[in-house]
Design a protein around this ligand. Structure first.
Ligand code: DQA
Length: 140
């Protein structure tokens, strides 16, 4: 069975209550439960941390275990060379996902340190970006 990991970075544990005008009203737990029902042919793993090093450790732990990673690195997207290096080292395809359209927001969100290490990026399509990334891995 296709094994995929969804990795969420800082503040994404508060989806549903965090700036709902930007990120919507649904918690990630609610969305993830629906995602698992929609893709019974995929084993979906999920990890969230507010700590940069824990995200890196989790990415390393995915080696040899999953065939693809869906990563919403939150604000670390715009700051973390260490996360970019981790993506480069694990040799697992990573799709970058952002719920909001980062290119339509503050200038500091327009730079992604991780994008060039990812196979592609989905931004601005809401939580559905995660499902679209799952579909991408299924289509391969
Ligand atoms: C985000 C966009 C980032 O700029 C922000 O820091 C987040 C969420 C998104 O999903 O739209 O935490 O990654």
């Amino acid at each position: 069975m296709l094994q995929l990991a969804i990795v969420n970075g800082p503040n994404l544990n508060l989806l549903g209550t965090r700036e709902p005008h930007i990120y919507g009203n649904q918690s990630f737990e609610q969305y993830f439960a629906g995602l698992k029902e929609r893709f019974p042919q995929v084993e979906l793993h999920c990890f969230q941390s507010n700590v940069e090093g824990e995200l890196i450790n989790y990415l390393h732990s995915c080696m040899g275990k999953v065939q693809g990673i869906i990563l919403n690195a939150g604000a670390y997207t715009h700051t973390s060379i260490a996360l970019a290096d981790a993506i480069a080292v694990i040799s697992i395809p990573v799709v970058e996902v952002h719920i909001s359209n980062v290119l339509a927001r503050e200038d500091y969100r327009k730079t992604s340190f991780i994008a060039a290490k990812c196979v592609g990026s989905i931004s601005g399509l809401g939580m559905e970006g995660y499902a679209l990334a799952v579909q991408y891995f299924l289509s391969k």
